[in-house]
Design a protein around this ligand. Sequence first.
Ligand SMILES: Nc1ncnc2c1ncn2[C@@H]1O[C@H](COP(=O)(O)OP(=O)(O)O)[C@@H](O)[C@H]1O
Ligand SMILES: [Mg+2]
Length: 302
Amino acid sequence: MVRNVAGVVAELDPEDVHLLSGVEQGMRFSEWVDRGKLPDFANLSPEEVDYRLNRCERRELIERRTIQYEGYTLTDKGYDVLALHTFAERDTIDGVGAPLGVGKESDVLEVRSFRPLALKFHREGYTQFRAVNREREYTSDHNHVSWLYTARKAAEREYEILMELYPDVSVPQPVDQNRHALVMEKLAGVELASADFDTAQAVGVFDLILREAVLAYEAGYVHADLSEYNVFVSEDGVTVFDWPQAVPTDHDNAAALLRRDVENVARYFRRKYPAEAPEVDATRVAKAVADGSFESVRAFVD
Ligand SMILES: Nc1ncnc2c1ncn2[C@@H]1O[C@H](COP(=O)(O)OP(=O)(O)O)[C@@H](O)[C@H]1O
Ligand SMILES: [Mg+2]
């Protein structure tokens, strides 16, 4: 799905982008935007709106539903197009490449720029929106929280945290952010989950990851979703990514979350390297996470 978004962007006229922006504007007030309001939101004549709606619907950038009125809403692809369009206008990216990964709530793809970068589209809220809408005849728009808002908040949050952590902590270098999308350094290496080490390496890598958890704590954050799927390993060391859910260290649960993070990674190493890495062992780690405090983890790393 993501792959052909770039092709779509290339085909669009400025008026198509106006129409999409108009639907986006309207979605601040309701999930399904009344067709009658689109000329105002999009700043296009009614005839132009008709023509553009047709083009955008054919490309699956918007969806139509007749409720008490004829309504339109952006699809995830339509929102992707708006973000890509903005990045291209800002010269952040020149083109879009292959997918790099599909997460639980994201799509990540390679983008071209002065160097290869990674673009992450946040999808938080979108799946729930789809599920709710399949069941309901029409939506009540009172107090609605649009998935656009939820996904955008997640991208803003992740970007903000990366800006604070980089370069003190080994995280992808943040480059730009717009709507639900975030552009960052493309990581070399492989996910920890698909890396294989010998004894010495396993212990070393485990320590490097703990070190980053401690450095992040010092910089003010606990990752809160640390696992073998959110760490990249390469010749140069480890990089911890996927930060939108991180919590500040003054948060009530920060200590408990840090402990859970460390336990997650320790459990992974124990399971995968039971004989090869005896040092990565329950007692050794238990000491570090005994009370989940920063000092105890730090003592463990030092
Ligand atoms: N900066 C990056 N460079 C290369 N690959 C990445 C980068 N960021 C994410 N990925 C890939 O995309 C996948 C999903 O990204 P992630 O940030 O973990 O999102 P999610 O919250 O959906 O898990 C990752 O598991 C990884 O394989
Ligand atoms: Mg992830």
